[in-house]
Design a protein around this ligand. Structure first.
Ligand SMILES: [Zn+2]
Length: 69
């Protein structure tokens, strides 16, 4: 099972390579992760970069966490 974010407004989804609990954490702590990204010079994990980009793009939308085969 892949875990991902889905925007209910745009009907698009991404599946970063990580666990569901990490995706939950990132969604709740996106502002913290952004601060880390700013100070680490882009040293974040790939899944976190993907996740943050998606959350930024859909920040005013309804983003849910989904499972897919
Ligand atoms: Zn959206």
């Amino acid at each position: 099972m892949r875990q991902g974010y889905r925007c209910e407004d745009c009907n698009v989804a991404i599946y970063p390579t990580t666990t569901r609990s990490e995706l939950v954490w990132l969604r709740e702590r996106a502002h913290v992760a952004r601060e880390v990204a700013r100070h680490s010079g882009g040293g974040l994990d790939q899944w976190m970069m993907e996740g943050l980009a998606f959350l930024d793009e859909h920040s005013d939308h309804s983003v849910i966490i989904i499972s897919a085969k």
